[in-house]
Design a protein around this ligand. Sequence first.
Ligand code: ADP
Ligand code: MG
Length: 364
Amino acid sequence: MPNITVCARFRPLSSKEKRDHGDTVCIRRIDTETFLFKDEKEEDFTFSFDRVFYEESKQAEVYEFLALPIVRDAVNAINGTIITYGQTGAGKTYSMEGPGVLECDEKKKGILPRVVDGIFEHIKSFDKIANYSIKLSMVEIYMEKVRDLLDLSKDHIQIKESKVQGILLSGATEISILDPAQALESLSTGIANRAVGETQMNMASSRSHSVYIFTVQQELIGEKRVNAGKLVLVDLAGSEKMEKTGAEGRVLEEAKMINKSLSALGNVINALTCGSGRANHIPYRDSKLTRILQDALGGNSRTALLCCCSPSSSNASESLSTLRFGGRAKHIKSSPRVNCNNDKLAKKQEVLYLNKDESCERIL
Ligand code: ADP
Ligand code: MG
């Protein structure tokens, strides 16, 4: 079973970091996989990841190493998940979206717009004759509520589980995507909707988890079966500790919820990696985030995690906790498989939904 791919990315020092703290950095690179990290007490740690991206690393390199193999697989009906993790300001959204999903500068484009192009390119190069349909859903998790970013009136999306399709967002808007330009327009609308909601709720974007889901369905002509790959991209809320933000009132409540879901994520990772050999309990149901990521972490998905960090010594303690999180996640094993629905399976699935059989489809 392959492990999940874990990479670290250090953005360049920001002008604020340079102005306030000079240009002392907490890392010394060894090679593209390993670096030395100096914490606030000048203690040295060595970290190794599948790949380390330093300040000069290009957006295209990040995409090609981390996302491209997953996109290729998704077009071949293997689920994939790409997650960005790190404190606010560490470069999660820059890596995921770039300066904006409609960014025209090829060099600056983030993972999301490259994924869109990648899906269409791989479909074109597919050697079997098949009908493809691509769908997009976008939600955000804020205060343990799942909100539809393509229809703001749906602010309480339920998470369900089906034996055939795995984890599902019940009733979330699914847009049929016909070409890359339309996909980018829809993504941009969803991202703009997030901003509307943020203003209404007086929330900063770093306080919610954004989830983008592409479903690529492949109907093989003459083979009477439908394959479907689900590609989930997650831009997580900032992982910084609460004390540092000096939070009060509502902001404190938000921070608690984020800490709750990110610690639930940490707990799931611990449970998956400290397995005693027999099936131990994995607490996916402790948060909406871990429930949505259940497929990604628990097996049927090829998964990559990008740990985003500031290189500044002034952020060493947050960067260290991000890198330790990544270090633990490296031990997770996954077992992605081709998701194939033959006719029989498809019928069974229909019945399963009509019956609302508790054992097959459960509401969180
Ligand atoms: P986060 O989403 O983790 O809160 P952002 O992605 O918004 O952080 O990044 C914070 C700031 O740093 C933004 O102004 C962004 O443009 C910049 N930035 C982040 N990563 C890079 C990078 N690799 N190269 C250049 N600028 C970056
Ligand atoms: Mg962000």
